[in-house]
Write a protein that binds this ligand. Sequence first.
Ligand code: RP5
Length: 156
Amino acid sequence: MVAVIMGSKSDWDVMKHCCDMLTQFGVPHEKRVLSAHRTPHATAEFISGAASRGVKVIIAAAGGAAHLAGVAAAHTLLPVLGVPMESASLKGMDSLLSTVQMPGGIPVGTLAIGKPGATNAALLAVAILATSDTTLLEKLKQFRADQTAKILAETL
Ligand code: RP5
């Protein structure tokens, strides 16, 4: 139901948090390393066929000149969520701006840089799917309630 793609295997340490969250909600997902620059044709092919494979949301992570989410969005009508990876030289500001500054007409829902963005991309995908899945909606309600209870139980 969700396709998670990332520009390099070096993104996996962060993006595994996204896949772990999808697994926690029981959301089936496929994951692939695909690059806007290094594998442009395979990326276009994978994204173009996503809807017919039953994918409902695409999550695309990339760092540096992070064009993967934008390129993905150009090839599908499915919602695309972009996760900017933290980069060594510019700490992910390059990734953030490359992902978020899409031209009007081709939207990418851009999350935060790094692990929080990876986690929230999964939660946002769950929220999108939950608009037409009451079981998933109940799981999301429970997740929020558990999170609230955990914070309120904190002692210092
Ligand atoms: C991007 O370049 C990838 O998404 C990764 O974040 C960054 C560095 O890739 P590697 O050089 O580690 O493969 O395309």
